[in-house]
Design a protein around this ligand. Structure first.
Ligand SMILES: [Zn+2]
Length: 86
């Protein structure tokens, strides 16, 4: 029988503390352009704050960040931080 991957039932691999599902925001910077993605669902360690994305989540975050960078760099009008709410 195949075991389902259920991250939330595992403790943090860094410190062994429990994980809590939270909405987080992440900031990225490239070529002087800052973007922020907020409202991301992820598991966050109560002990050390390590962030674990849901399965497949990390790639989607990277994809979204790349799209935002493209937008910000194309328009060249964002001097501050380009923020996207998921
Ligand atoms: Zn931890």
């Amino acid at each position: 029988m195949k075991k389902e991957k259920r991250l939330m039932e595992k403790p943090c691999s860094e410190c062994g503390d429990s994980l809590e599902k939270k909405l987080i925001s992440q900031e990225f910077e490239r070529e002087g352009v800052k973007i922020r993605l907020s409202g991301l669902k992820a598991w966050v360690c109560n002990g050390c704050g390590e962030i674990y994305f849901l399965p497949g989540g990390a790639e989607k975050v990277v994809k979204a960040a790349n799209c935002l960078f493209e937008l910000a760099l194309t328009e060249k009008q964002h001097k501050g931080t380009l923020t996207a709410q998921v």
